[in-house]
Design a protein around this ligand. Structure first.
Ligand SMILES: [Zn+2]
Length: 169
């Protein structure tokens, strides 16, 4: 269990990486790039943020992190198929083992953990096979929503019954 802990955290950081939004300018937001770099230095090699590269499917040069993110997003959709995972791992510099590579490896070996949140749709790493939300926030909102939905559906009936039973007292 103990040696499973760290890769799980790395895998969660990989989910954060995959959810980064270049247009998010709020430095406190988890999908902001500067926020991520500050919190997870060296998760991906430093030149991922500064160097650009063109690929076969996109001749227009893009930042390394953008290309890697695309691969991660593709991998997530298909529960980390071997081919995409190998590609991702090989994408980094040789001889240096970056945390993101270990995270990719971990998710390739634990494919079921790569999930999309049922409420907000962001990618997250499941702690148990039953996990369906990315975190407590979504869990609580979803629970509130389902209570609200229940209330909309059954509320009038329930209220009716209550007033009736009050009256009969
Ligand atoms: Zn969520």
């Amino acid at each position: 269990m103990e040696n499973e802990y760290f890769p799980l955290v790395d895998a969660q950081v990989l989910a954060e990486f995959s959810n980064l939004d270049a247009k998010d300018s709020d430095p406190l937001s988890p999908t902001n790039i500067d926020h991520f770099r500050h919190n997870h230095p060296n998760f991906v090699p430093d030149n991922f943020w500064t160097a650009q590269h063109s690929t076969e499917d996109s001749p227009e040069p893009r930042y390394f992190w953008k290309i890697a993110q695309q691969y991660v997003q593709d991998a997530w959709k298909e529960y980390f198929p071997l081919k995409t995972s190998v590609r991702l791992i090989a994408f980094g510099p040789r001889e240096v083992v970056a945390a993101y590579q270990q995270a990719v490896m971990f998710l390739t070996l634990n494919r079921w953990r790569a999930k999309f949140c049922l409420r907000c749709g962001s990618r997250f790493v499941a702690v148990s096979p039953k996990s369906i939300y990315c975190g407590d926030a979504c869990f609580h909102v979803a629970r509130k929503d389902s209570k609200k939905a229940w209330w909309t559906e059954h509320g009038p009936q329930w209220r009716n019954k209550r007033t009736k039973s009050k009256r009969s007292k």
